[in-house]
Design a protein around this ligand. Sequence first.
Ligand SMILES: [Zn+2]
Length: 327
Amino acid sequence: MWPQKIFFSCLLTVLILLGLLVLINGHQPRSIPVAPPNGTTPRLSVVASNFASYDFLRAIIGDDEQVNLQFLLGPGKDAHTFDPTPQDILAVQQADLFVYIGGTMENWADGILASSDHRPARVLKISDFVTTKPEQEIDDMQPEDEDESEGGFDEHIWTAPDNAIAMIQTLTPEMCTLNPTSCDRYQTNARDYIDQIQTVDQQIQALVTARVRDRLVFADKMPMQYFINYYGLKVSAVFAGCSSESEPTAKTLATLEKRVQIEDIPVVLYLELNPGTLAQTICRDLGTCTPRQIQSLHNISLDDFARGETWVSLMTRNLDVLRAALL
Ligand SMILES: [Zn+2]
């Protein structure tokens, strides 16, 4: 009799503990989308071409399980060499909402939309909803090949906080139209995220106000024109934002090194997804600067994506870099 009693009281204890665990787990914030309780798959498909649009949609949608959000480019890839696979094309064609930036960088998207009768239910070309700028001349930059320099507006709209907020304010009503029953929570989530963007904006603004120099030097492409203009900074770079080149001429390199020397530039920048070899070479040659990586949010690395980094967290990471470069 006794062993049986002990067995059942042990079993009961285990069951109570399991029950508690399930309860506790149920109250944890969910970071990974899970299937709805009734086991159906999400009924709405939203496809975003690039990281910024994906990140803003992810923040707006939150834990709404009715929506499946896809990041088409995917982490760790160069947005300028993206070539959609047949599955990518199908995902766009079957989407309930397809969001893309547009411009020469995303000619492939215009191609998909024009080439077939199968179109996504809704399409949002988000660069139509921010004030775009033509690509500007950048100090010290290597002259571009003619076929690269023609191309209308600068597509890297997401690098400035005002544009990021305008993108969210465009995406939120779009999501409300797509799924009206979740509109209240989309609006709440959007307000929260805009607050976070404004916080990091104020932190950067404080650094810019306290600056002792106002030039950022990129030993790389320079896709941050909107950021530079928004904060009233100056910039030197080796290549334009969309250049496919990666090896500068000796003359370009010498011009940039001279700039670093004359203006006593303490930090030479390179972008995410770049190992920073050129910046390291320059700073080793000169011995007066430090190479640092800056996040242009052009895309996110595989590691940062796996860690759940966001526009806000990556822009916050830039604070240290900007402090070293400007103060
Ligand atoms: Zn670019």
